[in-house]
Design a protein. Structure first.
Length: 168
């Protein structure tokens, strides 16, 4: 089904689907308690998914509006989850994870460059080797470079996954 296709696309070996409503939070808690389970993510759209979404390391709620104008997902699921997808397509999950990883990498890059600027610029300015005008210009250039680097994320396009888990 769709859950296994998403799991295959992400390289996840242990996919649980069709779990009874009362057992969902228990399954998530059991997976989280395992010593080497890694990150536990739960995807759901109903009120009975809310406890499992809240218990997971990453809760992903499916929301939005379908083609007939009906609301997808419940408010309870969307409030319990850390992430809400605005379309009810489970294959958006791998794209969301990929974009999240790229965003985290950009944040680390920007922190590195901002730190490097300060490590170099502050001592130069403190010892009078950099005039206040040049220091201000360098600070502005640093800010522009960090923002420009972050804006590169707008060029990102998702890798499309097929039902067999391959990319196309």
């Amino acid at each position: 089904g769709a859950a296994q296709a998403v799991g295959d696309a992400l390289g996840i070996d242990d996919v649980r689907a069709e779990v009874l409503p009362g057992d969902k939070a228990q399954v998530v808690a059991a997976l989280r308690s395992q010593a080497h389970s890694g990150t536990v993510a739960t995807v759901g759209d109903g009120i009975n998914d809310a406890p499992a979404l809240a218990a997971a390391d990453v809760g992903i709620a499916m929301g939005g509006i379908d083609d007939a104008g009906r609301a997808l997902g419940t408010d309870a699921a969307m409030h319990a989850a850390g992430v809400t997808l605005l379309r009810g397509d489970p294959l958006l999950v791998p794209q969301t994870i990929e974009l999240s990883r790229r965003t985290s990498a950009k944040i680390r890059q920007n922190l590195f460059w901002a730190f490097a600027y300060n490590v170099i610029g502050i001592p130069l300015a403190a010892f009078g080797l950099l005039s206040p005008v040049l220091a201000g210009a360098a600070m502005a250039a640093s800010s522009v470079s960090v923002v420009s680097n972050a804006l590169l994320l707008k060029r990102w396009r998702p890798t499309r996954h097929n039902a067999a888990g391959g990319t196309r």
